[in-house]
Design a binder for this molecule. Structure first.
Ligand SMILES: *Cc1c(COP(=O)(O)O)cnc(C)c1O
Length: 346
């Protein structure tokens, strides 16, 4: 079935006459003794609809986490002490902060590289235990050869993890290329309404799935039942939201590229994210964020509302062009968004 159909049909729970069409939200910390589940840090039926839908879309088994970084931490925590992680130097800044923290405490060795260079990647991979891939990358929207990187990582004996937050399983399925684990910030497009923080890791191999569930239980990065409900509800409409946002993003990209105040536009050809550099650097970019009225100046992305942010204002993002604005395209009408942007740029 088409992913848009799977998103609607999966994760409904029991299907007997009289059953609710939507699985109920289970607010419980514990379960009556004698059953398979004993305590809600190990499992909660409220996680299952989200896990079944996302797992179906990615082609694996999804494990829900309290946030995208909780999922990333769980993947990294499967590594032994002193393991080597190779990651892109322009990965999401939270991932880089996590890796830097682990390295500073001698938990891991971290090698941040320019993954656009194949030779540099090949060389770094030689002693890697984990190859971390993020494509498209946040916020430069670089595209990497996920298929090739999975093969390279495996030749080196490394696990390969792919952060698929920007592409979503509707535009890229890394498990089909043999990736060992896919990581998501469900906070973004999957939940899609800027009202929940949640994450997930998806894998095919039983030992990886078990390891992820064990990390979730031991480190306690469990999503709340309400969050899991909201994220599952968001997934139901992912396909239509993404289609609409993508159509608008393509049109905005074309118009931005034509605008005299815009130096560079970055758009990977799919998805809802557009990054562009305005002439005049940080000051001019800040002015755009102050002038927009329909678009919301805010961090994060993937919601129904269009948001804009100058990314270089953050520590660890100083490698970015100072005038780079990251636009997360939402569901407003393209002409209203363009009027707003053109006015702010003017
Ligand atoms: C936001 C984000 C994360 C972190 O997810 P949280 O849900 O905020 O913990 C990881 N990767 C990418 C690409 C992101 O955009």
């Amino acid at each position: 079935m088409d992913p848009s159909t799977l998103a609607v049909t999966l994760g409904r729970g029991a299907e007997n006459p009289g059953d609710p069409v939507n699985a109920p939200v289970t607010f419980t910390s514990t379960y009556r003794a004698g059953g398979d589940v004993t305590y809600a840090r190990d499992d909660n039926p409220s996680w299952h609809p989200f896990e079944e839908i996302l797992g179906g879309l990615e082609g694996g088994t999804a494990v829900a986490f309290a946030s995208g970084l909780a999922a990333a931490s769980a993947v990294i925590e499967t590594l032994p002490a002193g393991a080597v992680v190779v990651a892109p130097a322009d990965a999401y800044n939270g991932t880089r902060r996590l890796l830097a923290d682990l390295e500073s405490r001698k938990r891991l060795r971290v090698n941040l590289i320019d993954m656009r260079g194949w030779e540099e990647t090949e060389e770094a991979c030689e002693d890697a235990d984990l190859l971390w891939v993020e494509s498209p990358s946040n916020p430069l929207l670089s595209i990497f050869d996920v298929d090739g990187l999975v093969q390279l990582g495996h030749q080196c004996g490394a696990l390969v993890a792919v952060d698929n937050t920007f592409a979503t399983p509707l535009r890229q399925r890394p498990l089909d290329f043999g990736a060992d684990v896919v990581v998501h910030s469900a906070t973004k497009l999957l939940a899609g309404h800027s009202d929940v923080v949640m994450g997930a890791a998806v894998a095919v191999q039983d030992d990886m799935i078990d390891a992820l569930r064990t990390r979730r239980s031991l480190h306690g990065g469990v999503p709340g039942p309400m969050e899991a409900f909201l994220a599952a509800r968001g997934l139901r409409t992912l396909a239509v939201r993404l289609e609409r946002a993508e159509t608008t993003a393509v049109e905005l990209e074309v118009r931005l590229a034509d605008h005299s105040a815009v130096e560079v536009v970055r758009y990977p050809g799919f998805g809802s994210m557009v990054s562009f550099d305005v002439e005049g650097g940080a000051k001019a970019a800040d002015r755009v964020c102050e002038q927009v009225q329909v678009i919301v100046p805010a961090t994060s992305l993937g919601g129904v509302e269009t948001t804009i942010e100058r990314r270089s204002k953050w520590a660890l993002e100083t490698h970015l062009p100072p005038g780079l604005l990251r636009l997360s395209v939402g569901l407003e009408h393209v002409e209203d968004l363009w009027d707003d942007l053109a006015r702010a740029l003017g």
